[in-house]
Design a protein around this ligand. Structure first.
Ligand SMILES: Cc1cc2nc3c(=O)[nH]c(=O)nc-3n(C[C@H](O)[C@H](O)[C@H](O)COP(=O)(O)OP(=O)(O)OC[C@H]3O[C@@H](n4cnc5c(N)ncnc54)[C@H](O)[C@@H]3O)c2cc1C
Length: 386
């Protein structure tokens, strides 16, 4: 067993940290307050190869392993969780499934522009009545000549307004319910209308959109994987994506810990630094321990993925623990800062708002517990996001 990162992994971690500290973190409070989507940051990240970190060089990526990619997500999210999720969805939920399930032609056509950051990707699974129960989706793809016509509405689609490539999950067989009859297609931006910008509790530098698809025509070259096997694409994509969201949660918690630790050394009450009070020491000790534990779960899941081993259980454990930890520990960071923690003078209130979403998207905590329980009991997954 080797807990040390390789020289390459340390290099990409340092490169991302340096960029994030210079170009992201100083603006994060403003982007949050003004709901700014920092489009230019993704161009800069692309120049560093970070819009396709773990994508093979032959397809325009940086060609690293998956663990390096989660290190990138942690560092980006430590500076700004909105930037973190934009890159996470773009990479793990769009670029990687096209690489995994696409034909040679689809890989060469769709992956390089994504990996080079020429446009962003969006993953469109959720609908107004199909969230955790993704198999209830109703967007239809009806046969038409050599192809299909797609019609439906998707909800809460990250990157929607800024995406050039959409991975859209539809129902090609209306006689079946649940997972069977779901088919994935690759659509362009001009086949999708953005109908709404969601206002959120946090993650304000990312965009979350409702989209409508109104009879968009696609031929077989847009079908990802096999007709009727789209649910497998979605579930396998989320298995990997969850490791990225877990890394995002670790990044947010680390940022909160950094601020809390510095504050505990500076702030004085009753003649001493608050870090000398046992109650504050216990909070810092728990924070540090839980961040370590979450990070280890994330790295183990990424390591398994790099070895080509199943990650359903390990990814769900990493996401469940890291996201709940981030919610708990960002709240503790506010507590350590007292009144200042509740104000916008310090970033910990933002970390707290941003941390909450990690317990919801790419499968809620309740769903992660079901995934883990099924794995340990050897039960089969049903037709849901689980
Ligand atoms: C900011 C943001 C960004 C998002 N980005 C994307 C995106 O890019 N693409 C995309 O497709 N989706 C996206 N989503 C959607 C997200 O994945 C869903 O919100 C999530 O999967 C939960 O679905 P839901 O909100 O419909 O909750 P519901 O499924 O309605 O669940 C409501 C509650 O019931 C619980 N619950 C549901 N079923 C069970 C069960 N079987 N057992 C126990 N408890 C259960 C849930 O855990 C939850 O607590 C995003 C959402 C948000 C808020």
């Amino acid at each position: 067993m080797d807990f040390e990162l390789s020289a390459e992994q340390r290099e990409i971690q340092a490169l991302t940290r340096d960029f994030a500290e210079r170009e992201i973190e100083p603006h994060a409070a403003d982007w949050d307050r003004n709901h700014t989507f920092p489009r230019e940051v993704f161009t800069q990240l692309a120049e560093l190869g970070l819009m396709g970190t773990c994508v093979p060089e032959a397809y325009g990526g940086a060609g690293t392993d998956f663990l390096s990619y989660v290190l990138v997500l942690e560092e980006l999210s430590r500076a700004d969780a909105g930037v973190g999720v934009t890159v996470a969805v773009h990479t793990s939920a769009v670029t990687l499934p096209i690489l995994t399930f696409g034909t040679d032609e689809q890989r060469s056509r769709f992956v390089p522009p994504l990996a080079r950051g020429e446009h962003l990707g969006a993953f469109a699974l959720t609908e107004p009545e199909a969230g955790s129960d993704a198999g209830a989706l109703r967007t239809r793809a009806e046969p038409d000549g050599d192809g299909w016509r797609i019609t439906g509405n998707k909800q809460w689609i990250t990157n929607g307004r800024h995406s050039g490539t959409f991975l859209v999950f539809t129902r090609t067989d209306s006689s079946t319910a649940g997972a069977r009859g779901v088919t994935a297609f690759i659509l362009d931006a001009d086949q999708v209308q953005v109908t709404r910008d969601e206002e959120k509790l946090g993650l304000n530098s990312s965009v979350t959109n409702d989209i409508a698809i109104d009879g968009a025509y696609v031929e077989r070259d847009r079908l990802l994987h096999e007709e009727g096997r789209g649910f497998r694409v979605a579930m396998q994509t989320l298995d990997g994506g969850r490791i990225g969201i877990a890394a995002q949660a670790v990044g947010i918690a680390q940022a909160a810990y950094d601020v809390a630790l510095a504050y505990a050394r500076e702030r004085r009450t009753f003649g001493k630094a608050i870090g000398e009070h046992q109650a504050i020491q216990a909070k810092l000790a728990d924070m540090s321990m839980e961040i370590d534990a979450a990070r280890l779960l994330v790295h183990r899941a990424a390591w398994l993925k790099d070895r080509g081993e199943p990650v359903t259980e390990a990814g769900a454990k990493a996401k469940l623990f890291a996201s709940e930890m981030a919610r708990r520990q960002t709240a503790e960071a506010i507590q350590i800062l007292g009144g200042y923690g509740y104000t916008k003078e310090f970033p910990v209130e933002r970390y707290y708002r941003d941390a909450k979403i990690t317990e919801i998207y790419e499968g809620t905590s309740e769903i992660q517990r079901i995934v883990i329980a099924r794995a340990i009991l050897g039960l089969q997954a049903a037709a849901s996001r689980t």
